[in-house]
Ligand binder design. Structure first.
Ligand SMILES: Nc1ncnc2c1ncn2[C@@H]1O[C@H](COP(=O)(O)OP(=O)(O)OP(=O)(O)O)[C@@H](O)[C@H]1O
Ligand SMILES: [Mg+2]
Length: 344
């Protein structure tokens, strides 16, 4: 799958943007604040209904403008035009001028894998954000998972409120047990596949460091044991998939405390490669890869490892500041299929 054309109005500082992309690698070069991340943000907003920036709300609409519009021609098994009109309150999506009713239907139209320093940092964040990071990948390949997580969180909130008020929780216990077990089943399956592909990827790109993902959970062996554990704690719901943890290691040490900046960035890319491969396998369609600020923090050897992995295999849209001239020239020398855009 790839984006052939994109155009948008009023996204952050950009009043108007129109571009034709190469189905292979595209590099957008520009100074700080020139609007590079905003271009990737527009693509992400159009295809997922959300921005990847941490503190995103109506601020994505250009100051003093009432609405933004984003439109792209996407080529996959079919050619389609996806369009979004966003007024700050209402988001309206269209496919070939017909309204797309739900986010679930929108997500079927395009797949992207995006890495940006402006999204949530999986290494530095805490348990909940890590769960969300991986759950979002599961959503991309399994629509039911999102509904189960939403329902689970709602019931968890009810249940904890009832416990605080010292009221009986019985009406909710069977429901939370059912959903909890379903979520664990899905996450167990997912982490098995994810870890396998993640390890294969490390071997493929001959990575020097050994990274490891560990999915840690306290899953009861049966619904009865789950129920018993829930009933023992009368103050809060302390058992369930909301207590799952995901630990990330470099050479058997916790990466948050031991990794250098480049080593952390490399791990993030390995996670993105794994995500791209899982989507490719499950959806039988290659996702579009967005790499924001790609050249920063990595040495040339690592840049080439990641670059070569994606190049020619996926459509890649990279952004970079123009301070990396030498690396850029080297990359361009080795390959003529790369399209470079200069954003002043
Ligand atoms: N709603 C808005 N209206 C107008 N301008 C905005 C709005 N939101 C952000 N900006 C401006 O847009 C620019 C942000 O652009 P963006 O983050 O895309 O830059 P960038 O090219 O990625 O920069 P860097 O190289 O520093 O990452 C900033 O100058 C910011 O002040
Ligand atoms: Mg940026």
């Amino acid at each position: 799958m790839f984006i052939e054309k994109i155009s948008f109005l009023n996204v952050r500082k950009i009043t108007q943007y129109n571009e034709k992309f190469s189905p292979q690698t595209n590099i957008i070069v520009g100074k700080n604040g020139s609007g590079k991340t905003s271009i990737l943000e527009a693509i992400s907003f159009l295809t997922t209904g959300k921005s990847f920036r941490k503190k995103h709300n109506q601020s994505i609409i250009k100051k003093e403008k009432k609405e933004l519009q984003i439109q792209a021609t996407i080529i996959s098994k079919e050619e389609k035009k996806i369009k979004l009109i966003y007024s700050g309150k209402k988001k309206q999506f269209y496919k070939n001028n017909k309204i797309i009713k739900t986010t679930t239907s929108l997500l079927k139209e395009a797949s992207i894998v995006c890495d940006s320093p402006e999204e949530i940092d999986i290494i530095e964040e805490y348990r909940k954000e890590k769960q969300q990071y991986f759950d979002k990948i599961i959503f991309k390949i399994d629509e039911e998972h999102i509904e189960k997580i939403k329902k689970y969180n709602k019931i968890l909130l009810y249940r904890n409120t009832l416990l605080e008020q010292q009221e009986p929780t019985t009406p909710w216990d069977d429901k939370i047990i059912y959903l909890g077990l379903e979520i664990w089943k899905k996450r167990n399956l997912f982490f098995d596949i994810f870890s396998n592909i993640f390890n294969e990827t490390q071997t493929k790109i001959k990575n020097k460091q050994k990274y490891k993902i560990e999915y840690k959970k306290k899953e009861p062996r049966s619904a009865q044991e789950y129920k018993y554990k829930l009933e023992t704690n009368k103050k809060r719901t302390e058992v369930g998939p909301h207590k799952d943890n995901i630990d990330l290691y470099i050479n058997n040490e916790n990466i948050k405390e031991h990794g250098s900046q480049g080593e952390k960035k490399m791990l993030k890319y390995l996670l993105k490669i794994t995500e791209a491969e899982i989507i490719k396998k499950r959806k039988k369609e290659k996702p579009i890869i967005l790499l924001d600020d790609f050249f920063s923090k990595l040495d040339n050897e690592n840049i080439m490892k990641i670059f070569s992995y994606f190049h020619r295999k996926f459509q890649v849209i990279i952004t970079t500041t123009n301070t990396n001239d030498q690396v850029l020239k080297n990359i361009q020398k080795n390959s003529r299929e790369i399209k470079i855009f200069n954003k002043i």
